[in-house]
Design a protein around this ligand. Sequence first.
Ligand code: G3P
Length: 216
Amino acid sequence: MRIFLDTANIEQVRSAAKLGVISGVTTNPSLISKEGNADYESVIKTICTIVEGPISVEVLAEDVKGMIKDARKASKWAPNVVIKIPCTAAGLEATSVVSKEGIGVNMTLVFSPNQGLLAALAGAAYCSPFVGRLDDHGHDGMQVVKDIVDIYTHYKLSTQVIAASIRHPLHCVTAAKAGAHIATIPYNVLMQMISHPLTDIGISRFMNDWKKLSQK
Ligand code: G3P
């Protein structure tokens, strides 16, 4: 399973990219708004210079024409831009148009296996089921990821599943076990994945033992 960073914060992208474990970035209007920078284009262009992999940019229109216009415009910002389109009737129609033009689509706000199937049939390159938001509503978000992975595998559909709305490290483990191709995770979850108290204790014990030897 590959890991994307789910953020519009440039410093977080820089810092995570240095670790060599990030192969893409996903953004959305809420994440851009959180950074207080309304210049979506410049934020995305900067991120595209830091990470080579797919960088998801969300359309801001809700109608078919507007979504297509947004997708065509943002896809020119950098070669690695992928367009996030919500899973609605308008979103599916827009996806079927722009995917035929060679624009990579990440179908977002996916909450059911049926939406996942439709995303693939419309030509989306990626499909993003929102695990945490389903869990928030008392559903098993990861089961939706697993069901979509199973459907894609069964019918040999090439769309890749991005487990999104990831809230904690255990979500990453279960996404990997469910067969998600990618998990897009917030920076704080990446930091939590790295750290383990036994690693810190182990380093400190090795260093203390080494010091004892050098003091002899
Ligand atoms: O990638 C989708 C993600 O940004 C949504 O996460 O935590 O707002 O449900 P969240």
